[in-house]
Design a protein around this ligand. Structure first.
Ligand code: ZN
Length: 420
């Protein structure tokens, strides 16, 4: 048994569909460390993803442990049971030491009247004009708003408490990191709502170190942010201020920070977030998982020969099955069918053509966000190819690793944590 696990200020949630890229992912964190910025890697994978691929949490753990050993990484690292609930948590208990408790499904489910009354009564300090240091406008939380927000979220927070306590009983207090996520829901939470949620989480006794609200705007898979950047920036800054306030006033973990479930590659947010973190001396956890799978495809395509052929085959299959592949992600993808090149056309592409359509370089005229998003959700096709796909990952390891590391370091770590 070691002491209480405490997540560092900066951390990066990486994902690896086929458990082959842990090393090049960790290498990106090592490069940040060489520049004097500690970014702690967290390998996250959801139950849905494990099910689609046929992998287990133990596979993720083994890949992470091996990468850490081989690169001689001496700082902490974690394996995150991403988006678990009471029904799915058990199979993650052993392999994971980070748990993202997803209670979004319970948002809006009314809670018991007695619990609601008790909560409102216990928190008279929230009512009326509330000054949060760092927030320009005062919150004006009336009795009615407080009751309405509590009624919307209390049942979800109570469920998070049940899941947390089950984990605590199995793993021991302080032996894992707890995140609560509410991002997979319809409407974003305002900073005032976030404050009420945090107060409820504190009252429920869940020692969260990260919280993932839903932010304003679209966080589509694998492409940049779409929304009102100024509005996001203000909301994010206010959320950071609210968290600092909750830490001071409600005894929450001193390292509590926002977790951004980015859906990968929200490049235009990194600069504004970096400046806010500097201003508030705050930390952040960034989940950008799916980006790595696309770098695998880029690496295969760039290597040419069989690699390029296989990447084209993945696209052709994904194109043929696009309706099925897209259905589970309907709310978080935005594909323009008219922009999807016909597979017969792609079949004639060179490595460079395939790579430049797929690689997320917003300044490249050949970059095609629809092509990219379809492939983002197309990992199931590669999963079905089984060893035919996995073998080429090994054969073309060098080209792939180079892309995985450069993508994470240059396009994510640098702008967000280092500030370049
Ligand atoms: Zn999420």
């Amino acid at each position: 048994m070691h002491g209480t696990l405490s997540l560092a200020k900066y951390s990066l949630g990486v994902g690896d569909r086929f458990a082959h890229q842990a090393k090049p992912q960790l290498q990106a964190c090592r490069m940040a460390a060489e520049q004097g910025v500690e970014v702690i890697p967290v390998w996250n994978k959801s139950n849905r993803e494990h099910t689609l691929i046929g992998s287990t949490p133990a596979d993720t753990r083994a890949a992470a442990d091996e990468a850490v050993r081989e690169l001689g990484w001496s700082k902490p690292y974690y394996v995150d049971a991403d988006h678990i609930n009471l029904g799915t948590v058990d199979k993650f208990v052993e392999a994971c030491d980070f748990f993202t408790i997803d209670v979004a499904d319970l948002i809006g489910r009314p809670c018991a009247a007695a619990a609601l009354q008790a909560f409102v009564k216990a928190h008279p300090e929230l009512r009326g004009e509330l000054r949060i240091p760092g927030v320009a406008r005062r919150f004006d939380i009336g009795q009615e708003f407080l009751a309405q927000v509590a009624n919307k979220y209390l049942a979800a927070v109570e469920e998070a408490g049940r899941i947390y306590r089950r984990l605590e009983a199995k793993k021991g207090k302080g032996q894992f990191i707890t995140e609560v996520s509410m991002d997979e829901t319809d409407s974003p939470q305002t900073p005032a709502e976030l404050l009420i949620i945090l107060v409820a989480v504190a009252a429920e006794g869940i020692p969260i170190q990260t919280i993932a609200p839903k932010f304003t705007g679209r966080f589509d898979k694998g492409v940049d942010y779409a929304g009102d950047l100024a509005k996001f920036t203000e909301e994010f800054a206010n959320d950071v201020a609210v968290i600092a306030f909750a830490v001071r006033n409600y005894g929450m973990s001193g390292n509590l920070k926002l977790s951004v479930h980015s859906g990968s590659d929200k490049f235009s947010l990194y600069g504004p977030i970096h400046r806010i973190l500097e201003k508030f001396d705050a930390g952040v956890h960034l989940k950008t998982a799916g980006t790595t799978w696309l770098e695998e495809l880029i690496g295969l395509a760039e290597a040419g020969g069989e690699g390029l052929d296989l990447a084209k085959e993945v696209y052709a299959e994904a194109y043929a099955q696009r309706e099925d592949l897209c259905a589970p992600y309907a709310a978080v993808i935005n594909i323009d069918p008219a922009r999807l090149p016909a597979p017969q056309w792609v079949a004639r592409w060179s490595s460079e053509q395939f790579v430049s359509a797929l690689r997320h370089d917003p300044n490249c005229p050949a970059y095609n966000p629809s092509f990219r998003q379809l492939l983002h959700v197309g990992f199931k096709v590669a999963a079905r190819m089984g060893n035919r796909y996995l073998r080429l990952l090994s054969v073309m390891e060098t080209t792939i690793a180079k892309n995985v590391t450069a993508n994470l370091f240059d396009r994510h770590l640098k702008p967000l944590f280092i500030g370049e």
